[in-house]
Design a protein around this ligand. Structure first.
Ligand code: NAD
Length: 302
């Protein structure tokens, strides 16, 4: 079998189009422009790239983008004051604090100081609790993107066996919760799981969120299963013509061997990655609609 490739880039473009339509309606019918504020502390190069690209896409869908750049040695007090101001600012509907924060800042304290209704990353303890009890919440962007792709591919997920490899708070746990809320039978596997190949082999849906390059080979996959590869790993890829080192991105699944067995698979790059920012924009327009007591955009929430 050769797997259907789930094109996350095209899907993300579609989601951004839906967000843009909803933003246009909010502006025309209600005179409201959704706003997303991103707070970046320090100068981590990868974080700077993410923040730039988030800002660009926010503007492209017609929303207001607010960037707050703070020095790496910013005090907790100063950061909490910025968040408080954003919580109180009615033109800001979504607040995202770019992680990781410098070591001297307490990430949990900072995240939990965001107004849960504006917590478009879905990391606030209230949103985690709401998701865990099947109530309306803000849902973390990466697992939301995975869920959207799975629903689009399968329709109903009810009764399917899902194995999520990885138990992080930002991907593995919320992913498992979302699949459970969609009536899958869910197993969370992690670094201490016994017989991981045997566990994965039971799955109709495998979500790999580990951070280990090409860890999941095709012979772990049940024929016809769907593989959602969340991993983003940069590995060596020999030398360029000029002799300088070359790298390439790979996922947590070994793509070629998994694609030969699976029914469907997301590639890396071009799978889950593009969906994450699209879902951030979706969450912002959802938060804006909720804040104004208006109908939420259809198909953009869990
Ligand atoms: P993390 O390091 O917080 O968690 C990794 C998890 O993998 C842990 O729960 C650990 O128990 C598990 N694990 C480690 N070794 C294992 C092993 N040998 N067998 C089974 N499980 C093992 O990572 P994270 O933040 O959840 O991210 C996971 C991957 O997803 C990373 O590659 C990251 O770059 C990527 N990621 C991608 C996006 C995106 O937008 N596509 C977003 C977030 C994370």
């Amino acid at each position: 079998m050769t797997a259907t490739v789930i094109d996350g880039k095209a899907f993300a473009a579609k989601v951004r189009g839906q967000v843009a339509d909803h933003v246009a309606r909010l502006k025309e019918e209600h005179g409201i422009t959704p706003g997303l504020a991103v707070v970046l502390v320090g100068e981590d190069p990868a974080s700077q790239v993410y923040v730039r690209s988030k800002g660009k896409m926010t503007v492209e869908v017609g929303m207001n983008s607010f960037e707050h750049k703070m020095d790496a040695d910013t005090s907790e007090e100063a950061l909490l004051k910025v968040i408080q101001d954003l919580n109180n600012d009615p033109s800001v509907h979504g607040i995202l604090v770019q992680l990781p924060l410098p070591d001297h800042l307490d990430s949990d304290l900072v995240i939990n100081s965001i107004d849960p209704a504006k917590d478009v990353d879905g990391f606030h303890i209230s949103n985690v609790g709401l998701l865990g009890t099947g109530q309306k919440s803000m849902v973390p962007c990466t697992p939301l993107g995975c869920l959207m792709m799975l629903r689009d591919h399968h329709g109903s997920l009810s009764g399917m066996n899902a194995v999520v490899i990885g138990r992080s708070n930002i991907v593995g746990k919320p992913m498992a919760q979302l699949l459970l809320n969609d009536s899958c039978t869910v197993t969370i596997a992690h670094s201490r799981t016994k017989d991981l190949p045997g566990v994965v082999k039971q799955a109709d849906i495998v979500v790999a969120a580990v951070g280990r390059p090409e860890m999941v080979p095709g012979d772990w996959i049940k024929p016809g299963a769907t593989v959602i590869d969340v991993g983003i790993n940069r590995i060596d890829a020999g030398l360029k013509e000029d002799g300088s080192p070359k790298t390439r991105l790979v996922g947590d699944a070994h793509y070629d061997s998994c694609a030969a067995v699976a029914g469907a698979i997301t590639p890396v790059p071009g799978g889950v990655g593009p969906m994450t920012i699209a879902c951030l924009l979706a969450n912002t327009v959802t938060a804006c609609s909720r804040a104004n007591g208006l109908k939420e955009p259809e198909g953009l929430t869990a």
